[in-house]
Design a protein around this ligand. Sequence first.
Ligand SMILES: Nc1ncnc2c1ncn2[C@@H]1O[C@H](COP(=O)(O)OP(=O)(O)OP(=O)(O)O)[C@@H](O)[C@H]1O
Ligand SMILES: [Mg+2]
Length: 226
Amino acid sequence: MSDFLLKLERITKVFSGGEASLDVLKGVDFTLGYGESVAILGASGVGKSTLLHIMGGLDRPSQGSVLYKDKDLQKMNANEVSYWRNHTLGFVFQFHHLLPELTVLENVALPLMIRGVSKKKAIEQSIPLLESLGLGHHFEAQPATLSGGEQQRTAVARALVTQPEILLADEPTGNLDRKTGDQLMDLIYQCRKLCPFALVIVTHNEAIAALCPRKMTLFDGQLCET
Ligand SMILES: Nc1ncnc2c1ncn2[C@@H]1O[C@H](COP(=O)(O)OP(=O)(O)OP(=O)(O)O)[C@@H](O)[C@H]1O
Ligand SMILES: [Mg+2]
């Protein structure tokens, strides 16, 4: 068995558009152990979302490698990466990214259906999770009719319904008030007791970062232990 879950080696990311190019990541090394929780801090625009997207196979680095155990994401094609993501990761985005045309329950069930689970079974598995996240009375709601906190709890349910090994969360409380944000974090930590996923959480919030035993800061394209 590999002694790490995820390993990023010398990751660079350059966005080039028109004449200017932007060196966002300049050689990031990062290792995530089994069940570990890590907070990533850093100023706005420093590249935290870019880094998380690369960790989760949603974006490719310009150079460097992303390893999951003994697998190199760079050697996988797009379908293989999607399969890997669906079977390994939960992702909570900075903005919830729920599908507006689906109900809350359908949004949560979708990752299971993508795996090939029947709609009936996917719905059955989604219901208790939504109930444990306090959304039992919103199954049939359209995401747009929910509050910001409820939308993010739905996004957390969607990320956890597949019982992922790794949860990547990009400022999940960034658009919530303090109390709602704290409640969301409590729920994430309660879920972790049932399904002990490794957690990488991007946050501006020092109190949330303090919940993680390991804190890192992204600054000038480099990731350092804080
Ligand atoms: N697809 C893209 N094309 C060009 N530039 C991009 C792209 N994605 C991100 N950038 C740029 O890369 C930089 C880092 O963006 P990123 O979203 O990763 O920052 P962030 O640290 O997550 O910021 P915030 O805290 O505001 O969410 C920004 O200057 C952004 O404009
Ligand atoms: Mg961001």
